[in-house]
Design a protein around this ligand. Structure first.
Ligand SMILES: Nc1ncnc2c1ncn2[C@@H]1O[C@H](COP(=O)(O)OP(=O)(O)O)[C@@H](O)[C@H]1O
Ligand SMILES: [Mg+2]
Length: 238
């Protein structure tokens, strides 16, 4: 089994300015690691650097014990790193099966990926553009699963979806981890994410300001809120 994803002291710039600053994350196989943080904290920037979409200036990235920091995006994907990008859509003019097929040439992989989403199976030959928003997000995730990733980065997969859809998707994320995938879950529905997570980190202005087990964070909403707002280091002086 894979050991997961290890990120050490990663710094990632945007337009020459460091947006992610010295971030270290431990994302074990078989676990859901939740990454929280306000809009603009640098979550997407971090994930894009992990999957090789943008370069990091320094730091280490190891997948299953292999140093992939020098790999390009295709090499990282082939090494087993999957990334469901924020705002990613289906190809509406392709069928459900074709959407998954573009990620992999392998027919068995399509069935395996769709099997995670029983509601998609009878709809495999309909145009993906005709599906509901929640079903389209399932297709996007199935596309990533078709490559059989060792580690999966999920960036706000529930953006724009109703909480009821999120409650349908999150147990699937849990199942993936239970099957051995190392999952990094970026999610705005913090409580729902912590409910299925093992450990969690809060990012603020590109740095980790709070980390713990998912249960610890769920039981300390005040600390999490302070970490989001960046006020956790501020003392009131009584
Ligand atoms: N393409 C870009 N060029 C320059 N700055 C960017 C770009 N994308 C995001 N940023 C900036 O980087 C910071 C972090 O953004 P992002 O990683 O998208 O945060 P999050 O995903 O946590 O909302 C923000 O200040 C944002 O304005
Ligand atoms: Mg983002």
């Amino acid at each position: 089994m894979s050991t997961g994803l290890e990120i050490g002291d990663l710094t990632v710039p945007r337009a020459g300015f460091p947006i992610v600053r010295g971030v270290s994350l431990h994302i074990p196989a078989g676990e859901v690691t939740v990454l929280l943080g306000a809009n603009g904290a640098g979550k997407t920037t971090l994930l894009e650097a992990l999957s090789g979409l943008i370069p990091a200036t320094s730091g280490t990235v190891e997948l299953d014990g292999v140093d992939i920091a020098g790999f390009g995006r295709v090499q990282r994907a082939l090494s087993g790193l999957g990334h469901v990008e924020q705002g990613r859509h289906v190809f509406g003019e392709l069928t459900v099966a074709e959407n998954v097929e573009v990620a992999t040439g392998e027919a068995g992989a399509i069935d395996r990926a769709l099997a995670m989403f029983p509601e998609l199976v009878p709809r495999r030959d309909v145009l993906a553009g005709s599906l509901s928003g929640g079903e389209q997000q399932m297709v996007v995730i199935a596309r990533a699963l078709a490559r059989n990733p060792k580690a999966l980065l999920l960036d706000e997969m529930s953006l724009g979806l109703a909480p009821v859809i999120v409650q349908r998707l999150l147990p699937i994320v849990r199942t993936l981890a239970d099957e051995g995938v190392a999952v990094l879950l970026v999610e705005q529905y913090a409580n729902l994410a912590l409910g299925i997570g093992n450990s969690a980190y809060v990012l603020n202005r590109g740095a980790v300001v709070l980390q713990g087990t998912a249960r610890e964070l769920a039981e300390n909403p005040d600390s999490v809120r302070d970490a989001y707002l960046g006020t956790s280091a501020v003392t009131t002086g009584g």
